[in-house]
Design a protein around this ligand. Structure first.
Ligand code: UDP
Ligand code: MG
Length: 323
């Protein structure tokens, strides 16, 4: 019997946990051919979340919980759950029922029967969300698409079902500042997308403040884009070219015509040139920092999906997975 690990990050979810548990147990009943484990990660809640989890743990042996010493954030909660999971298939979803549980059988089928390594959900509407938040969220996905190394789907959630090999590769990226949506995309393989209309929280309120969301977005950009760091080099190239063109025009005017040139323009030209040098060096420093960060993250140089083992020299970590 194959096992499905369900990972649920919970921060102050005392009001939603019972509803969520009922809904997920209903799905587990529909999928009787699988064994289930439910791993709830209490991310330092200061309400009755932990007490609820203890109670569930003692009444249902499939329920396990991990409780953090303080609030470390959803990324850390998901990571702890992933590391603790033992299933062949790993499902992660929020505790507030914003990720519709009745999508699970279809998503699971994509992974089990259709050869996908990941089935992921994205919401195509944002009803119920504040207009300001929706606006910035949409811009964020657009910007990430243009400047980063990974493609994020508009409105994508952390609601996904993965195969063990996919998750093992996700865990091979051991960077401290994790931006999972980027990591999921970076790892590759084939993902099938499932679309749905936004669902509002079953109870409680979103724990993401605008400040937290901004930090999250910046984390995504810093983790997967070198563009902001090397951008000054582009600005340097443009201002440098501008100063050279300006100098040529001034020289032509001075020596080729009788027009008198205001000497201040030479100073402006020199200042623009010096500014371009500053931009260039800033961009070069940015490039070094980007490279140092990449070395420090030490992401795998490649991940192998399939191989004829005799002919290919495998990365030792990959061997464990394929064996
Ligand atoms: N969450 C968490 N740690 C946090 C914030 C949120 O584990 O610091 C959990 C939360 O309990 C929920 C999920 O992450 O299960 C999504 O959080 P929320 O519903 O507040 O975010 P939103 O749906 O508004 O993006
Ligand atoms: Mg939510």
């Amino acid at each position: 019997m194959k096992k499905i690990s369900v990972i649920v990050p919970c921060y102050n979810e005392a009001d939603t946990i019972d509803l969520f548990y009922k809904a997920i147990v209903r799905q587990a009943k529909l999928l009787q051919q699988y064994e289930f484990e439910f791993i709830f990660v209490d991310d330092g809640s200061n309400d009755a979340t932990l007490a609820k989890l203890r109670a569930l743990g003692s009444s249902d042996e499939r329920v396990r919980y991990i409780s953090f010493s303080r609030n470390f954030g959803k990324e850390s909660a998901m990571l702890a759950g992933f590391r603790a999971s033992a299933g062949e298939y790993i499902l992660t979803m929020d505790a507030d029922l914003q990720d519709p549980p009745d999508m699970i059988p279809e998503m699971l089928s994509a992974v089990v029967n259709e050869g996908f390594d990941c089935a992921a959900a994205r919401r195509v509407t944002r009803e119920g969300e504040s207009a300001v938040r929706s606006f910035f969220a949409r811009r964020f996905y657009g910007i990430m698409d243009r400047i980063s190394d990974v493609h994020l789907a508009q409105g994508e959630r952390d609601f996904r079902i993965m195969t063990r090999r996919y998750l093992d590769d996700v865990l091979r990226l051991c960077e401290h500042n994790r931006f999972s949506k980027g990591i999921f995309a970076w790892v590759g393989y084939n993902t099938k997308w499932f679309e749905y209309k936004n669902v509002e929280r079953s109870a409680g309120t979103s724990s993401w403040s605008f400040k937290n969301l901004t930090k999250y977005a910046l984390q995504g950009i810093i983790s997967f884009s070198s563009f902001p760091a090397v951008f000054p080099a582009y600005a340097g190239a443009v201002t440098g070219a501008f100063s050279i063109v300006m100098a040529v025009i001034l020289l032509i005017l001075k020596f080729g015509t009788s027009v008198s040139v205001n000497p201040l323009l030479w100073i402006v030209c020199l200042l623009v040139f010096l500014a371009s040098l500053v931009f260039d060096f800033q961009g070069i420093t940015g490039a070094y920092i980007t490279q140092a960060l990449a070395e420090d993250r030490n992401r795998p140089q490649y991940l192998i999906k399939e191989t004829d083992e005799d002919k290919v020299e495998l990365h030792s970590a990959q061997k464990d997975v394929l064996e």
